[in-house]
Design a protein around this ligand. Structure first.
Ligand SMILES: NC(=O)c1ccc[n+]([C@@H]2O[C@H](COP(=O)([O-])OP(=O)(O)OC[C@H]3O[C@@H](n4cnc5c(N)ncnc54)[C@H](O)[C@@H]3O)[C@@H](O)[C@H]2O)c1
Length: 368
């Protein structure tokens, strides 16, 4: 059985589904601070069976000990964490407590239970303002400019030390670039509980008329069109990388690090235009100054994951945007409404979705 912390979240649900579809039994531990149980109902409907679920917090050591005592856990995928950069600046202690303290707690409980195989959700943010592009795993680690990034770097340091301290550990650090997209079924996707932090979830809410315009931060970066360049990775490809990493750790102890990206960079404007092409919805933009701490460009060299894990991203930007748009159209309020409720809501003249493009898109996505 694989323990998936944070398995009800955006990336976790896709990983849980991938694990179940490849025959694993899965136990999800999540405190639902940024997710809902119904996400796991969707996973169950796609997988044809239900993952086990424990409502709880990774900072609760007694709970972790009882989970390891109760279930035959062979390995852990550790997604549970907080990820909003701006919030981390306002509430740094909560971020260090969860992302660092929670990871320490988990490693302690694992060691006590004799479980030494761990795949950790890290981030390209640990490279800071890398001068070298594309970024490979030999690039120096940087100085993340916010507590979120620092907490990921600190958690990586913890895991390096843990792996050095005991040869039984097999730890894989996956450094994600920019996960976007959704499951092709339209049933799983990113459902921000508050104002979205990342570009695509925000853009999707603009496309559906839930927000008036998309702020583009910085138009004077040294990039071809002046907007920031990022490496976007489809969440289903990312979930696949976790399975490959888990397999690898069956035969390799110590610590391993892999970038997870496509190796291609797209600017904000390129992404917006690609989205407009896919959705046929015009996105209204507001051009804003650069945000402190944002970097001009960041894209991966994913060679190591290809060579060591036999993993490559297979879904291109159009596929990421099509899948994300399908998800958004079918679930404009995330997991809150099921499809039937949404149909009823759309039939009600008083519903608040104002954009006619959104109504057309939702209509075609729901009723075809
Ligand atoms: N989404 C990204 O852009 C991105 C990029 C790089 C790394 N990551 C990392 O990947 C992981 C998953 O990200 P996501 O996008 O799926 O985020 P998410 O917020 O959708 O999922 C995180 C899950 O962890 C749960 N959680 C949070 N704190 C917890 C706690 N103390 N105990 C138990 N459960 C807790 C939340 O309820 C949520 O279900 C995070 O660690 C994040 O830092 C995400």
């Amino acid at each position: 059985m694989i323990l998936v912390t944070g398995g009800a979240g955006y990336i976790g649900t896709h990983a849980v589904l991938a694990l179940m579809q490849s025959g694993h039994d899965v136990l999800v531990l999540d405190n639902l601070c940024n997710s809902t149980r119904s996400a796991l109902d969707r996973v169950a409907s796609l997988a044809g069976r239900r993952p086990r679920f424990v409502l709880g917090d990774i900072r609760n050591r007694a709970l972790l000990d009882s989970v390891f005592a109760q279930f035959p856990i062979e390995a852990v995928m550790h997604f549970a964490g907080l990820k909003a950069v701006g919030e981390s600046v306002r509430e740094p202690l909560r971020y260090y407590d969860t992302n660092v303290g929670g990871s320490v707690n988990l490693c302690q409980a694992m060691a006590q239970a004799g479980v030494f195989r761990l795949v950790f959700s890290s981030s390209a943010t640990v490279y800071g303002q890398s001068k070298k592009m594309p970024i490979n795993e030999h690039c120096a680690l940087g100085q993340p400019t916010n507590p979120y990034g620092q907490s990921k770097l600190m958690a990586e340091h913890v895991m390096h030390s843990v792996a050095e301290s005991d040869p039984r550990w097999a730890i894989g650090l996956l450094r994600y670039f920019n996960p976007i997209g959704a499951h092709a079924s339209g049933l799983l996707g990113e459902a921000p509980k508050s104002v979205p932090n990342n570009l695509l979830p925000y853009l999707l809410q603009v496309a559906t008329g839930q927000r008036p315009s998309l702020p583009v931060y910085g138009t004077d970066y040294p990039t071809p069109d002046g907007t920031a360049v990022r490496d976007y990775i489809h969440v289903v490809d990312l979930a696949g990388a976790h399975l490959k990493a888990l397999d690898y750790l069956m035969n390799h102890t110590g610590i391993s690090v892999w970038n997870v990206g496509t190796g291609l960079g797209y600017s904000v404007l390129e992404l917006v235009h690609a989205f407009e092409h896919v959705s046929k919805v015009k996105i209204s933009l507001s051009f804003e100054p650069r945000r402190p701490g944002d970097i001009a460009q960041c894209w991966s060299d994913p060679t190591r994951a290809r060579q060591q894990l036999d993993w490559v991203a297979t879904r291109d930007l159009n596929c990421m945007l099509e899948d994300a748009w399908r998800w958004q159209c079918r679930n404009p309020e995330g997991y809150v409404l099921d499809t039937l409720e949404l149909k009823i809501k759309l039939a009600d003249k008083g519903h608040f979705y104002k954009s006619s493009a959104f109504k057309r898109a939702v209509g075609s996505a729901l009723f075809r």
